[in-house]
Design a protein around this ligand. Structure first.
Ligand SMILES: [Zn+2]
Length: 486
């Protein structure tokens, strides 16, 4: 009797539990409630320790990135296998790293120096030791940007001292090589040691001489001495590598929902080489993982939810651009909205939304939620500096959240972008705002404008060529938005 009663009760419990999980309908409020600071913290602590175990970085082309992919797969592919379909998209891109750069002045002094992306290596271990040759300055057309500016200059066997600015650094280095220079000492246009990193472009590998970018003040002291006929011998040493490396986007979508109506969310999974990338973009990565952990519990949502963790964003939006460019028109049509979450936990946050012209209710949902939570929402330019560029090229409606760099994140792209570099209130409220917007669009596309497809792709034989050309063009745009070429 007692046993029977227990049995009956347990069957009832089991049945109602099963019914609940089979029919528990998704609502925006439930996903919002599922998001907790503790769980976001747990993910970021794991990403931080992944970086610690792998030389302090989770950058594209390093073991720390591979470990980050495995961490996402442990949830998406292993634990949530019943609810999520997950695949890994392989791609390769040129990995670039300046391992050491050194400029030694005429008195043997070490000079502050910055290396551009894709800087060619000098001979090692000695570097280039050569006399400096000064070159004319032109602040209108740019210094040493045009072939005629090099006319009559024989830089053979020398290091050319050239002013930065106006045209691409690579253009100056190409002309320097043509005029016999062994390398270029490039000086910045503004005084001080805050020198931005340009890219020379992966497409210029093999065409350029090595360079080091030094402060204006240092060059200003050398130029009158050169003008007076003094010989200044300088050393430039660049130890750099550039090689193709494999990398991976992780794409995971709910089994539930109409495959023709997809709500997509993206965050980049890589960091810069300099640090563990906990705000940039561990914060977005954690948000997506927690949102996935929530939505997989529910049923009854008509639209499919797709999460993407992008590869090699910091190398120039490479993974997301590759994904977007390899979508067919039909597949692009199925993506009804794209949300991008890159840096959503800056220690001194702003609450900045950027959106496409056809963002409609998508960005309004983020705005209303944050405003209701007492945050001062601002709007940023759609400046092409994160993974939405490929989706923007496809005309897909987009909204993004961003909590700022610079004074908002003093550890931006540095080793100190670690667990201490997060505003826990900001990451939590932003993930909840993302939850509300996701939950709403998963149920209804009311107020979501249609995609603005670009001009129809060329048909027939030329189509493939066009496709790869356009991937190269978009990738170049992404690279230049991360690293200006000038
Ligand atoms: Zn980022």
């Amino acid at each position: 009797m007692q046993l029977n009663a227990w049995k009956a009760a347990s069957i009832l419990l089991f049945t109602s539990g099963w019914l609940a999980s089979a029919t528990n309908p998704l609502t925006p409020a439930k996903i919002v409630a599922d998001i907790t600071t503790d769980e976001l913290y747990r993910v970021l602590r794991s990403l931080n320790s992944i970086a610690k175990k792998n030389g302090g970085t989770r950058a594209f082309g390093t073991p720390g990135y591979k470990a980050s992919v495995d961490y996402v797969l442990e949830r998406a592919q292993t634990r949530f296998a019943t609810e999520m379909d997950t695949h890994v998209q392989n791609l390769t891109f040129t990995y670039d790293e300046t391992r050491e750069i050194k400029v030694t002045g005429p008195a043997g002094e070490n000079v502050f120096v910055v290396s551009p992306q894709y800087n060619p290596a000098t001979p090692l271990p000695g570097g280039i030791v050569a006399p400096l040759i000064n070159t004319p300055v032109n602040d209108v057309t740019g210094s040493m940007c045009l072939p005629e500016q090099w006319e009559g200059i024989d830089a053979t066997g020398k290091l050319a001292l050239v002013k930065r600015g106006i045209c691409a650094v690579s253009a100056k280095l190409k002309l320097a090589k043509a005029h016999g220079a062994l390398g270029v000492i490039l000086y910045n246009q503004t005084p001080g040691e805050v020198i931005s990193t340009p890219t020379l472009g992966a497409e210029n590998i093999g065409l350029l001489v090595p360079t080091g970018i030094i402060p204006l003040d240092v060059a200003s002291a050398w130029i009158p001495r050169l003008a007076a006929g003094e010989t200044l011998t300088v050393k430039l040493l660049v130890d750099a590598i550039a090689e193709e490396r494999e990398t991976w986007n992780v794409i995971s979508e709910t089994k539930a929902g109409d495959p023709n109506k997809v709500i997509m969310l993206g965050a980049h999974l890589d960091s810069v080489l300099a640090g563990p990338g906990i705000n940039d973009d561990g914060s977005g990565t954690a948000a997506l993982l927690e949102l996935m952990g929530s939505v997989k519990k529910y049923r009854g949502f008509p639209h499919k939810i797709r999460f993407a963790w992008w590869a090699a964003e910091e190398a120039g939006l490479i993974g997301s651009t590759y994904y977007a460019e390899h979508l067919s028109e039909a597949e692009a049509d199925k993506i009804k909205f794209y949300f991008n979450y890159d840096m959503i936990g800056s220690p001194y946050p702003i609450f900045e939304i950027s959106k496409s012209d056809n963002s409609g209710v998508g960005s309004e949902l983020l705005d209303k939620f944050l405003t209701a939570a007492g945050k001062n929402v601002t709007y940023g330019e759609f400046d092409g500096r994160s993974d939405y560029v490929g989706f923007s090229e496809l005309g897909i409606p987009i909204a993004t959240l961003f909590t700022g760099e610079g004074e908002n994140d003093p550890c931006y792209h540095q080793a100190c972008d670690n667990l201490d570099n997060i505003n826990w209130d900001a990451i939590t409220i932003n993930t909840k705002a993302a939850a509300n917007a996701l939950g709403t669009l998963a149920l209804s596309l009311d107020g979501v404008p249609a995609r603005n497809p670009p001009a129809p792709a060329l048909r027939g034989r030329s189509k493939l060529h066009h496709k790869s050309q356009s991937w190269a063009t978009v990738a170049q745009k992404g690279i230049e938005s991360k690293f200006p070429s000038v």
